[in-house]
Design a binder for this molecule. Structure first.
Ligand code: SF4
Ligand code: SF4
Length: 200
């Protein structure tokens, strides 16, 4: 969460004394704080997603959940350097101003206050931000296949025992979803058009 404290604090004019002209005066020059000196200048990256910790997946059902998350747009899964698993949703905070500042800086949530910019992904450059990052289901399944081959095999077996059809497909009648999908390379389906009106 960006502290984004670039809201004018610390910039207090030229520091000149308001004494009348002609009076001898000592002008104390202020230490200017440039906006671009702020560690979060033009960043705001940490205000553009949320991450929720999840259990470390170990069962086919949990692998299935992960696959499901990752089949959605703007959803990722990462593992941090403490081996904790998170699901991440790319979602810009509604209070982020177009300039990338916190619009509710004084009353922002505690979790934003606790965030240490010195440990953010931008400032810690020694390691990648996450130990593992999956942005697609395929990335996760490839990782599972290569790094946890037995778990991957169990997952595939479990999927097969579930069969290709859904639990409630019977209630749909004859039509199967696969029959509605065009085979690869087939011309696009003609859009459904309402029947022409009969002239009277
Ligand atoms: S990601 Fe880091 S540098 Fe960027 S706004 Fe957040 S705390 Fe600041
Ligand atoms: S409330 Fe402010 S600090 Fe927190 S995520 Fe939103 S813009 Fe960032």
């Amino acid at each position: 969460m960006a502290s984004s404290g670039r809201n004018g604090h610390g910039r207090n004019g030229n520091g000149a004394s308001p004494k009348g002209a002609g009076e001898a005066q000592l002008v104390v020059l202020p230490v200017l704080e440039k906006e671009s000196d702020h560690p979060c200048f033009e960043c705001a990256r940490c205000c553009t997603y949320i991450a929720i910790e999840i259990d470390t997946p170990t069962t086919p059902r949990e692998y299935d959940y992960l696959e499901w998350y990752l089949r959605h747009q703007a959803v990722g899964v990462f593992v941090d350097w403490d081996d904790k698993w998170f699901v991440k949703f790319d979602a810009r905070c509604k209070n982020l101003t177009p300039q990338g500042l916190c619009g509710i800086y004084e009353t922002r949530p505690d979790i934003c206050r606790d965030f240490d910019w010195r440990e953010c992904e931008v400032h810690v450059k020694d390691d990648p931000a996450d130990k593992l990052l999956f942005e697609t289901a395929e990335q996760f399944l490839d990782w599972l296949r290569s790094k946890r081959p037995r778990a991957y095999a169990r997952f595939q077996e479990w999927k097969q025992t579930r069969g290709g059809r859904g639990k409630h497909d019977k209630a749909l009648g004859r039509v199967r979803v696969t029959e509605l999908l065009a085979p690869p390379g087939a011309p696009p389906r003609r859009p459904r058009t309402p029947p022409a009106a009969t002239p009277r």
